[in-house]
Design a protein around this ligand. Structure first.
Ligand code: CP
Ligand code: NVA
Length: 311
């Protein structure tokens, strides 16, 4: 390949210093958007969606526009990646037209195969196992609130899913302690947990999985939750609704940590993983968090597609 670009697949491929650099840039881009108006002039980002989206699609589209570039929405059912055409052929063809490819899909192996074959950076806009763009916005929000990351305690309550994995990875890079509180049988992937624990040891983060909800938020700075059934798990919805009883972020749980903020990647289901009183209450920062998708992703786009992205 004539040009081997940098990709964002899980954040594991970014050093702790680079992750903090992305967050620093996100803060600058948020404060001084005009400085970046031409950062990606004339560049195009292809956005492939095999799953639904509001925030990811809109914030990437608006972000590219604000950087002087252009975003192109591709419905997954039209391009049929891996079916009508192989993943590798799609990567080779698209990267002759566009300077970046963002994809939201099911199997994480698809983004890996795209990255192995693309001359343009691949950005993971969510797979079954990772959601790295979301956690950059999340940690931007946390840093805005507390002015630091190192030493903070994040408690995640719910399904050990793509969000849990990405939160553990970014925590392990930034010195944040991350505790996942999951029902038995719904723990995060042990391979990802172990790898985050190893990285966390180097950076001063404790990464752990527990089952008991009561008392779990004591000492928390951030309480986070996500839906009980993710996209692709619709058939398990009823069983999960039973298995996740009690794994809800309520006012009672938030009372264990009165100074903590509440985050949710959204979309949210009030009365399931979170009570309306919490998500619409004083401790919630979910709207700032959603806004930060735009700024954090602009930082990612400038880093991967701008001059600095060329290796
Ligand atoms: N949080 C998030 O990724 O939202 P969408 O699914 O709406 O993109
Ligand atoms: N875990 C959720 C996150 C949505 C942003 C899902 O994968 O559907």
């Amino acid at each position: 390949m004539p040009h081997s670009p940098r990709h964002l697949l899980t954040l594991e491929e970014f050093s702790p210093k680079e992750v903090l650099g992305l967050l620093d840039l996100a803060a600058v881009v948020k404060k001084s958007p005009a400085k970046y108006q031409k950062a990606l002039a004339g560049q195009s980002l292809a956005m492939i969606f095999d799953k639904s989206s509001a925030r990811t699609r809109i914030s990437f589209d608006v972000g590219m526009y604000q950087l002087g570039g252009h975003a192109l929405f591709i419905n997954g059912s039209e391009i049929q990646i891996g079916k009508r055409e192989s993943v590798s052929d799609t990567a080779k063809v698209l990267s002759r037209y566009v300077q970046g490819i963002m994809i939201r899909t099911y199997a994480h192996s698809i983004v890996e195969e795209l990255a192995d074959n693309s001359e343009a950076p691949i950005i993971n806009g969510l797979t079954d196992s990772h959601h790295p763009c979301q956690v950059l916005a999340d940690f931007q929000t946390v840093r805005e609130e507390f002015g630091k990351l190192k030493g903070l305690q994040l408690v995640y309550v719910g399904d050990g899913n793509n969000m849990t994995h990405s939160l553990m990875i970014i925590s392990s890079k930034t010195g944040v302690h991350c505790k996942a509180v999951c029902p038995p049988g719904y723990e995060p992937d042990s391979r990802i947990v172990q790898s985050a624990q190893k990285e966390g040891k180097r950076n001063g983060s404790r990464i752990e999985v527990v089952h008991e909800v009561r008392g779990s938020a004591k000492g928390a700075d951030v309480v986070y939750t996500d839906v009980w059934a993710s996209m692709g798990q619709e058939a398990e919805k009823e069983k999960r609704a039973k298995d996740f009883q009690g794994y809800q972020v309520t006012e009672k749980l938030m009372a264990e940590c009165p100074r903590a903020i509440f985050l949710h990647c959204l979309p949210a289901h009030r009365g399931e993983e979170v009570s309306a009183g919490v998500i619409d209450g004083k401790q919630s920062r979910v709207w700032d968090q959603a806004e930060n998708r735009l700024h954090a992703q602009k930082a990612v786009l400038v880093t991967l597609m701008g001059k600095r992205g060329k290796s």
